[in-house]
Design a binder for this molecule. Structure first.
Ligand code: TMP
Ligand code: ASP
Length: 245
């Protein structure tokens, strides 16, 4: 159905974000998602390039999406071509970010004055509006209803999926010596009305800490100028590939 060379099937660009771009293909139900090496942090105030990030993230996200699909979680992922492109289902994205946190870090630690590394007795789920110009504000179900971003049933389905993903991913990562500290998910509605996981699952969008050393193995190395950014992304991919059954 589709050629294996993205250049042949790359149609009009429909979206360009900081780390990814989306293109139409000859099939209206399928988009091509490009993983770029560009990295930003703090709402784009810090900019840089992480060498080969597109390659690492495309492969990490492919493995984790495939793992979730195999466990029965609907995702947008259809396949990988040419190392840094995913074929994904064309969905209506809800324009929301669903963040789940198991350990205090980042904005939660800052906002609530918690020490980074504090294990939360109960994990936390937060909702943010995806709007760069507003700095991705923190919102709740009432805001979502008022803005008609999705139905209450769709929000419930996203929250249930986010918790199930927490259980599945935490277990998978534990097997390869990584702690899932927190992560951000984005969901959409496919043409049949099914709520599916979209976007990416990578060290750009999750915090992974090494279970033994506690070392940060994610984009915090870039955000905090810790060095060893590429090595951390490569190590996450290597462990996932090695741990594949
Ligand atoms: P935070 O602590 O900065 O709120 O981030 C929580 C998690 O969400 C962390 O794993 C990084 C991820 N994240 C994104 O993927 N995109 C974003 O724009 C932000 C702010 C966080
Ligand atoms: N991706 C966001 C930005 O560009 C935030 C982050 O990941 O830290 O600012």
């Amino acid at each position: 159905m589709l050629a294996s060379d993205p250049v042949d099937i790359r149609g009009e660009k429909v979206y360009e974000g900081k780390a990814k771009a989306l293109f139409r293909t000859e099939n209206p139900d399928v988009l091509l998602m490009e993983f770029k090496d560009d990295a930003t942090a703090f709402d784009g105030k810090k900019k840089g390039t992480i060498v080969e990030k597109g390659y690492f993230n495309a492969h990490i996200s492919a493995l984790l999406n495939t793992f979730l699909e195999d466990e029965g979680m609907p995702t947008h992922y259809l396949g990988t071509i040419e190392d840094r492109y995913h074929l994904v289902r064309h969905m209506d994205m809800f324009g929301l970010e669903v963040v789940v946190r198991n350990i205090a870090a980042g904005s939660l630690a800052r906002r609530l004055g918690m020490e980074e590394g504090t294990v939360l007795p109960k994990p936390v789920l937060e909702l943010y509006l995806k709007a760069d110009e507003l700095g991705d504000p923190w919102i709740n179900g009432y805001h979502i209803a008022a803005m008609e971003l999705c139905t209450p049933e769709e929000l419930a389905s996203m929250e249930a999926a986010a918790w199930e993903i927490n259980r599945l991913l935490s277990g998978r990562l534990e097997e390869i010596g990584l702690v899932l500290v927190d992560y951000k998910l984005e969901f959409g509605r496919d043409p049949e009305g099914t709520v599916r996981l979209g976007d990416e699952i990578t060290p750009d969008t999750c915090r992974f800490w090494d279970s033994v050393s506690g070392d940060k193995m994610d984009k915090d190395r870039f955000r905090q100028d810790l060095g060893g950014v590429e090595d951390a992304y490569r190590e996450v991919l290597t462990r996932l590939e090695r741990g594949r059954a």
